[in-house]
Design a protein around this ligand. Structure first.
Ligand SMILES: O=C(O)CCC(=O)C(=O)O
Ligand SMILES: [Fe+2]
Length: 374
């Protein structure tokens, strides 16, 4: 939701009244970063770099290889963005069905912030139950798999046609911690062969917890491994702190591009990124994110195991599912998870600990070779 910028206080009397009238530009908004510093957040196209148009594939790939991210303006049609948001409002928002959430991997009912925006982002739109959320799911997947997207993700990875392995839907600002996606999922054929896209479904206000990247971090730091004292099962908080410490040590720049409706920001699974804490009220950042691998690659989860996924074709692109809610067994799991969330979370934690323990006993999992392509 676009919040109107607050007009700067203008002096009307005295010497100021004698000056010729000049167009006053709003100064860029300053927002606090996780490093305790402040950065300027561009709040219009004019305040930001121009980045690239959908047809500038070669230039975009060059920029992505150098910087670890790239923005493509107007890659998604505004009408499709509106259709996804409309379907969210009619199907998802009023629903009381538990849905798997990005923040804690629990099945939860919708929760809303004080402005009425969805505060618990959805994990894997492709797993939603078609009977309840069919239009939202279909519109979102059409956007995430359309030919211009398939072309761009294939060019950025540089290893043939791609498939979608994960997606998320956000509305409220959530302030996602800084991380490299590789820690959570990557390609089993090589670290860095995963590219992700952040899809703005509306013009995102500077105060709405803007998504940021650390340019060049895909090359200037190694991937922090999901192992030992930083492992997901027992050391996730230490991991989150280690990323911030590394950003500070390397004096990393944070860049939070202006995202207008239909713009897509792509980044590598090696690139440090997150989203800023909200710095204003009444603003949302309705968006989708999606993660892609080359079609032949398998997903490496937590640097620890290869996670097999079944795929369905959408727009000619394979879309991988993990907890397909159209399958009765998965709905039963959802029922149990929602009925006894603490027991379910405890069981999941135990399973995770077992996974990392088994990895240690095996002497560390299959360490994927570094990717040729970024
Ligand atoms: O938009 C956000 O807050 C975080 C998204 C993200 O990190 C991802 O999709 O990998
Ligand atoms: Fe991420």
């Amino acid at each position: 939701m676009l919040r109107r910028p607050v007009a700067p206080a203008v002096e009307t009397g005295g010497a100021a009244a004698l000056l010729p009238s000049v167009q006053q530009e709003d100064p860029p908004m300053q927002v606090a970063t996780p490093l305790g510093t402040a950065i300027d957040i561009p709040n219009s196209l004019a305040e930001d770099r121009p980045y690239f148009r959908p047809e500038q594939v070669e230039e975009a790939v060059g920029y992505y290889r150098d910087e670890g991210y790239v923005v493509i303006r107007g890659l998604l049609q505004p009408e499709l963005c509106d259709a996804i948001r409309a379907a969210y409002r009619t199907e998802v928002r009023p629903s009381s069905t538990p849905i798997l959430r990005q923040k804690n991997m629990r099945y939860e009912r919708n929760s809303f912030d004080q402005d009425g925006f969805l505060a618990n982002p959805i994990f894997n739109v492709q797993d939603l139950e078609t009977r309840r959320f069919g239009r939202f799911k279909q519109n979102a997947l059409l956007g995430l798999t359309q030919p211009s997207l398939a072309r761009m993700t294939a060019a950025l990875i540089g290893a043939g046609p791609t498939k979608l392995i994960q997606s998320m839907f956000f509305e409220a600002p959530v302030g996602t911690w800084a991380h490299q996606d590789s820690y959570y999922q990557d390609s089993a054929a090589g670290i860095g062969r995963c590219v992700a896209g952040w899809y703005a479904l509306e013009d995102v206000d500077a105060a709405a917890g803007r998504f940021y990247v650390c340019p060049h971090s895909h090359e200037t730091i190694p991937v922090l491994r999901n192992a030992g004292e930083l492992d997901f099962a027992t050391g996730h908080d230490r991991y989150r702190k280690a990323v911030v410490d590394t950003m500070r040590e390397h004096g990393m720049e944070l860049r939070a591009p202006y995202m207008a409706k239909g713009d897509v920001l792509f980044w590598s699974s090696r690139t440090v990124h997150g989203s800023l804490a909200p710095s204003g009220r009444g603003v949302s950042r309705t968006s989708l994110t999606a993660h892609y691998l080359p079609q032949a690659d398998e997903m490496l989860q937590f640097h620890t195991r290869i996670r097999k996924q079944k795929t369905i074709p959408v727009n000619g692109m394979p879309v991988a599912q993990l907890h397909d809610q159209d399958v009765l067994r998965n709905r039963l799991v959802r029922g149990i998870a929602a009925f006894a969330p603490d027991s379910f979370a405890a069981a999941r934690k135990l399973a995770m600990q077992g996974l990392f323990m088994a990895g240690r006993l095996r002497g560390g999992m299959a360490t994927p070779r570094p990717a040729g392509a970024k």
